[in-house]
Design a protein. Structure first.
Length: 135
């Protein structure tokens, strides 16, 4: 039942993000930029280096945090979820900054930040209302 709920919530969030981005594109006259599916779509070489460093740091930090929490503080394991959310927000903020500063279409950063906020709101709603079950 967990995976059915998770899949349904993920589909709802994806559809909501798509609708909001479409509306923002129409209202703010933001051009649609062609992006490849499942690629990093780095803005420039500096963005690639910063994002790679952030991903390596976040992977090491999450592994260490998981090990420490599982070994010493089992009741604080939810801190791993908070760390994942923080690193996700950092990733979106870095992308939005580079879209704002270094591209021909700086308004794309509005869409990136909107997507980040919608995902954060969805995560908060799922956790607050325990939509995936008790934990």
């Amino acid at each position: 039942m967990f995976w059915v709920k998770f899949g349904l919530i993920a589909i709802i969030v994806f559809v909501l993000i798509s609708i909001v981005k479409l509306l923002l594109r129409k209202l703010l006259k933001i051009e649609k930029v062609k992006k490849e599916l499942f690629s990093y779509n780095h803005i420039n070489d500096l963005h690639r280096k910063i994002e790679k460093g952030l991903r390596i740091f976040s992977a090491i930090a999450l592994i260490l945090l998981s090990c420490v929490l599982l070994y010493y503080f089992e009741d604080l394991i939810y801190l791993v979820l908070i760390a994942v959310i923080v690193f996700m927000v950092l990733d979106y903020l870095v992308r939005a900054f580079f879209e704002w500063k270094y591209t021909q279409y700086p308004k794309q950063s509005i869409l990136t930040l909107t997507e980040m906020f919608l995902i954060l709101i969805a995560i908060i709603i799922v956790i607050e209302f325990k939509l995936l079950g008790s934990y």
